[in-house]
Design a protein around this ligand. Structure first.
Ligand code: 6GU
Length: 224
């Protein structure tokens, strides 16, 4: 999978991809990721990428030209399956959306900052608009990092134990069961007996029951 990310603060996105599972996916060449600084595509001498909103009001709006120049340049290099804009008014990211996007080959991700981007960029180029939840972030960068993490871990061979993405919370509309590791007893709290039994059928049954119980208690909406 190849992902281009456009941002006016690309440094915000360096650390999330420099460690752990994202780094491994890049090292294994399963993922190639390029960050693009929008300022490099600015057209005026001050290298501005934002301007005052027509009609007035608080905050700045990201200008059409730098974004359009950047997108046109990148489109000449890659044939994108989707051009995604991260915005609180997009569709809310859920596991089924992550599953769908994990199958794509080329993605272009646009991160807005300030009050948003000029609507014409959305009208002309954007094919999907995604939010990561009902709260407001300062920009789309952290949302883009969340999105990329959620999709990349689903690509085959990114996780060492291939079954582990399948046992994630939400993959079967259920929350994951509790997990334990050594020691078998800590401050008087014992690991459930069944997990030490070596009886795989019993363990699977217990885990499924725990998943159901947890989902009923914490997220009954998932069981509807
Ligand atoms: Cl994608 N962007 C911003 N700025 N805020 C958000 C969001 C995205 N998703 C939830 N809040």
């Amino acid at each position: 999978m190849h992902i281009d990310i456009v941002s006016c603060v690309p440094n915000l996105l360096e650390s999330p991809f420099a460690h752990s599972i994202m780094k491994r996916a890049i090292d294994k060449k399963i993922l190639s990721l390029e960050l693009h600084n929008l300022r490099d595509y600015a057209t005026n001498k001050h290298k501005n990428v934002d301007d005052y909103p027509f009609g007035g009001g608080a905050g700045m709006v990201m200008m059409v030209e730098p974004l359009a120049n950047c997108i046109e340049y990148l489109k000449s290099k890659h044939e994108y399956d989707e051009i995604i804009f991260f915005t609180p008014d997009g569709i809310t990211l859920k596991q089924n959306i992550a599953n769908e996007f994990s199958l794509k080959k080329n993605l272009l991700l646009l991160c807005g900052h300030y009050k948003g981007i000029d609507q014409r960029i959305r009208d002309i180029y954007v094919t999907k608009e995604i939010s990561i939840g009902d709260y407001v972030l300062s920009g789309g960068e952290l949302a883009a990092a969340v999105f990329v993490d959620a999709i990349v871990r689903l690509i085959p061979n990114v996780l060492s134990d291939e079954t582990s993405a399948l046992s994630d919370s939400f993959q079967d509309q259920l929350l994951a069961p509790p997990v334990y590791t050594r020691p078998a007893e800590y401050k008087g709290l014992k690991v459930p007996e069944v997990l030490l039994s070596g009886n795989h059928a019993a363990i699977e049954k217990w885990r499924h029951e725990q998943s159901l119980l947890r989902t009923k208690e914490r997220r009954p909406d998932l069981l509807q």
